[in-house]
Design a protein around this ligand. Structure first.
Ligand code: FES
Length: 163
């Protein structure tokens, strides 16, 4: 092979390699763009739904609550109270900024650890920045005899469940 032909052959080979490189680069870029578009399309088409737990709480058997007891269910954020007059449920979420309150048996009050609001056992505010009393929640006895509380429904105070 003459010297001139070999030079032409090497230049043609390098041109081919450069072209193949840019073709692959272009295909790679298109693939990344297509994957990004597919991801955004999937996100756009997926339902934007917030799955929340049911507001209805099964508080269990009435006989498991002693008379004059105040029981905090931390998971559901409610107090189940067995008063002399009957059962009722309060929201345990402070009406100031939403902290979870705590029952203080030694003082006989419900206290908020965040900014010091205090409430009586029936939810009435004693002191502190809370603007409203702790709301009473709808409470009833199921057909199976369990105490049920609907956290999404507030009721007027002093509506006891008598068994
Ligand atoms: S959140 Fe309860 S007093 Fe502020």
């Amino acid at each position: 092979m003459s010297e001139e032909k070999r030079v032409i052959s090497v230049e043609a080979g390098s041109e081919f390699n450069r072209r193949a490189f840019f073709v692959k680069l272009g295909l790679g870029s298109l693939s990344i763009a297509a994957a990004g578009t597919a991801a955004f399309a999937y996100q756009y088409l997926s339902p934007n739904v917030l799955y929340e737990p049911s507001p209805i709480v099964n508080a269990g058997r009435p006989e498991s609550y002693a008379v004059d007891s105040v029981t905090l269910d931390v998971n559901s954020g409610i107090y189940l109270i067995h008063a002399q007059e009957g059962f009722f449920a309060l929201s345990a979420v402070c009406t100031h900024l939403g902290c979870l309150t705590a029952w203080k048996p030694e003082l006989g009050i419900i206290a908020c650890p965040c900014h010091g609001s205090k409430f009586m056992r029936d939810g009435v505010k004693i002191e502190g920045p809370a603007p409203r009393p702790l709301p009473w929640l709808q409470t009833w006895v199921s057909d199976e005899g369990d105490l049920m509380v609907d956290r999404s429904i507030t009721i007027r105070p002093m509506q006891f469940v008598r068994i």
